[in-house]
Design a binder for this molecule. Structure first.
Ligand code: SF4
Length: 351
């Protein structure tokens, strides 16, 4: 469809992804929240399909101008756990290091949508990065550094190599985890040089791929992930449960199977956060639990992610079920099988 990333409402109109008569409102959306659709993602959009799950994720919509009272610019409370710029230290043994402010694509449901985009500059400034590294060096309890943004794989292999060397030199840091959408959004960016740059001497490196629909796992995306896994980097997935994208059992099972086929272990299925202007994407928690039940027993155990909610206010992630066990105390436990059958299990039998 196009060889360039679509970045303006004019680009979207020329590509046939938005109608000319709605451009003024969409310009207002684009002025508030960044827009980008890479060629790899644009190719997956059928402009004649109003329900296209890829378009729904990336094409701006006028509903984004409506912020509900419960929505928040900082929906998971990063700010209250940020001791220095670029660091979020929510749990004792790990920090987020937000090294980039930009992404190859901008997701319309993004939980950091008020913080990402070219208007914020591309990356953390050198002095801020040095202060963030100094913070990590000063805290021996930090075992894992989660590199995020934006998307940290927008940085060049040269910059990534420098950053990895700085982190690898910190004795108490044992694990580097990169969260990215690049292998699906810009698969050509995943070169052997990049894979090599990501690996840290004496540390474990993991990559967590963000994808939400099985169509995102194109042959090119699968090959890009293959280059990372073949380089010795284990991959995990994270997806957001999104109305109209993956909120049906068939699509969700297809997505999770596509990950496993690509040697990516499903990790998190996020309940959509209360980010501003994103209500059209949110399901209820009960719907999410029903979908998770639809997977249990019917789709390989390898494919099962943990369904999690980031509690608003910065209280961290909690698994939100469903649960298959009730009762306790002196009573028998009641354990439910994947077809809904109920079974007793003695209390204290394993104590
Ligand atoms: S890639 Fe991640 S940080 Fe970037 S817009 Fe999408 S959800 Fe937000």
């Amino acid at each position: 469809m196009t060889a360039e990333t679509l970045r303006t409402t004019g680009d979207l109109m020329k590509a046939g992804l938005v109608a000319p008569d709605g451009l003024a409102a969409l310009d207002e959306v684009a002025g508030r929240y960044a827009v980008a659709i890479t060629p790899a993602m644009a190719e997956l959009i059928d402009p004649h399909d109003p329900d296209n799950p890829i378009a729904r994720q990336f094409v701006p919509h006028v509903a984004e101008l409506d912020t509900l009272p419960e929505e928040d610019a900082d929906p998971i409370g990063d700010d209250r756990h940020s001791p220095v710029e670029g660091i979020v230290h929510r749990y004792p043994d790990r920090v987020l290091l937000k090294v980039a402010h930009v992404c190859p694509v901008y997701c319309r449901f993004c939980f950091r949508r008020e913080r990402v985009g070219p208007a914020r500059g591309k990356a953390l400034a050198p002095e801020a990065l040095e202060a963030a590294l100094a913070y990590i060096r000063s805290r021996p309890e930090i075992w894992e550094v989660v590199l995020t943004g934006g998307d940290p794989l927008v940085l060049s292999p040269r910059r990534i190599r420098r950053l990895v060397a700085a982190l690898a030199a910190i004795d108490h840091v044992k694990v580097l985890r990169w969260h990215t959408r690049v292998p699906v959004a810009q698969p050509d960016r995943v070169t052997d040089d990049l894979a090599c740059a990501l690996k840290a001497d004496g540390k474990a490196t993991y990559i967590v791929l963000h994808a939400n629909h099985p169509r995102e796992l194109t042959p090119a995306a699968r090959a890009a992930c293959g280059r990372l896994v073949d380089a010795g980097i284990p991959m995990l997935s994270q997806s957001v449960l999104l109305r109209g994208v993956n909120d049906d059992p068939g699509t969700l099972a297809g997505l999770l199977r596509a990950f496993v086929e690509t040697r990516i272990k499903p990790y998190y299925l996020h309940h959509a956060d209360l980010a501003p202007g994103t209500s059209r994407f949110r399901t209820s928690i009960a719907e999410g639990q029903r979908l998770m039940r639809s997977l249990r027993g019917r789709v390989s155990g390898l494919c099962q992610p943990t369904y999690v909610l980031d509690i608003p206010g910065g209280y961290g992630k909690s698994p939100i079920g469903p649960s298959y066990v009730t009762g306790a105390g002196d009573e028998q436990y009641r354990v439910e099988d994947y077809e809904g059958g109920q079974h007793g299990y003695p209390p204290g039998a394993s104590d």
